[in-house]
Design a binder for this molecule. Structure first.
Ligand code: PHE
Length: 351
């Protein structure tokens, strides 16, 4: 390549580059120009550099010097253009800033309505002298059934009505590719179907008297509809002492209902059956229109006391279990509990 041709090419490149840099109107287009012209891999300057290799050795020193000067010129033009764009954008921003404008209000979240309800229920029962305890959501059959006087043949234990978990040996069999015949191996774990499990855990660990509530999630394979969901929350209450009667149970539930819903709430107890209470009642509430079933309750069955090592001749007690979603829905006039779990912000932000 002839020397004068090479020098002319470099001068042309430098002029064109300076013109494009000075015309660019924002930093991102300037950056793409930089890559196009100065880019280390395939920029225009890089391709021009290749001409240097084909140069007559005698011309090389001059050509190399001119190449370096051109590179410097282009880099300076780029730096000048960058400075021009950066200073104009910051003065533009500065001129737009108005300290008297109201600020942007940050979006602050809040607790889910069910969590809020749980906190309120804990408060109400706390004032009645009940302390709050927690229990595990994965349970064994003793706490979910046996100690609650629900024997092996009881329909509540049906695998179709519970979320049984695979046992370790079933998991091993499945991993080995063996067929697992449901129920053929031991399945001692399940997602608790009721919070009554916590009654057993508390009595196993503590001597009477007992006065606790426990609030948390329970699981049943129900099809979701307006009043059912495969996961929901219960509040469980247990009071054990000497000479506790059904009148105490009714009083506590009445006080609770009027504290939560208001003095105008009506509470109704219907005779019912639960294996772990005797007698048992169904608890309904009327507040506004219609009666709504809120849960079950009753006097602790002597068999339950025996299962935890209490003497049923010495102590008596009552227990109740109410649905948290139903309580919250009743209070706020919500007609479909599925709303609680859709995570639709338009619903949730109303609480
Ligand atoms: N565990 C019962 C249920 O889930 C409710 C209940 C609790 C009934 C305590 C009586 C006593 O349906």
């Amino acid at each position: 390549m002839a020397l004068d041709e090479f020098l002319a090419e470099l001068d042309q490149l430098a002029e064109a580059a300076a013109a494009s840099f000075s015309q660019s109107s924002d930093t991102s287009s300037l950056e793409s120009l930089r890559v196009q012209i100065l880019g280390a891999k395939s920029g225009q300057l890089k391709s021009a550099q290749k001409g240097l290799g084909q140069m007559d050795p005698a011309d090389k020193p001059l050509a190399g010097k001119h190449f370096n000067q051109t590179k410097k010129r282009i880099e300076e033009a780029y730096a000048a253009a960058l400075e021009r764009l950066e200073t104009t954008s910051s003065t533009q921003e500065a001129s737009c800033f108005d300290a008297t404008e109201p600020g942007c209000r940050p979006r602050i979240g809040h607790l889910h309505p069910i969590t809020q309800t749980i906190q309120e229920l804990k408060d109400i029962f706390g004032r009645l002298g009940f302390s709050v305890v927690e229990g595990p959501e994965i349970e064994d059959e003793r706490h979910n059934f046996d100690a609650l006087n629900i024997d092996r043949s009881h329909p509540a234990r049906d695998p179709l009505d519970n979320f049984y978990l695979a046992s370790p040996s079933e998991l091993v069999a499945a991993a080995d590719g063996d067929d697992v015949i449901e129920g053929s191996l031991e399945s001692p774990w399940l997602l608790r179907s009721q919070t009554s499990t916590v009654q057993i855990r508390v009595m196993e660990e503590n001597p009477p008297p007992i006065r606790i509530v426990s609030l948390g999630r329970v699981y049943r394979p129900d099809t979701a509809d307006a009043t059912h969901y495969p996961m929901f929350h219960q509040i469980e209450g247990l009071l054990v002492d000497t000479d506790v009667t059904l009148a105490d149970l009714k009083t506590v539930l009445r006080i609770f209902c009027s504290s939560y819903l208001g003095e105008d709430v009506h509470v109704r107890f219907r005779p019912s059956f639960f294996p772990f209470t005797e007698p048992s009642v169904e608890v309904d509430m009327q507040w506004g229109d219609g009666w709504v079933e809120m849960g079950g309750a009753g006097m602790v069955d002597p068999n339950v006391f025996r299962a935890v090592g209490y003497d049923p001749e010495q102590v008596t007690g009552f227990a109740f279990g109410l649905g948290v979603e139903r309580l919250c829905a009743r209070r706020f006039g919500i007609t479909d509990i599925r709303e609680f779990f859709k995570n639709d912000i338009r619903f949730l932000k109303q609480f």
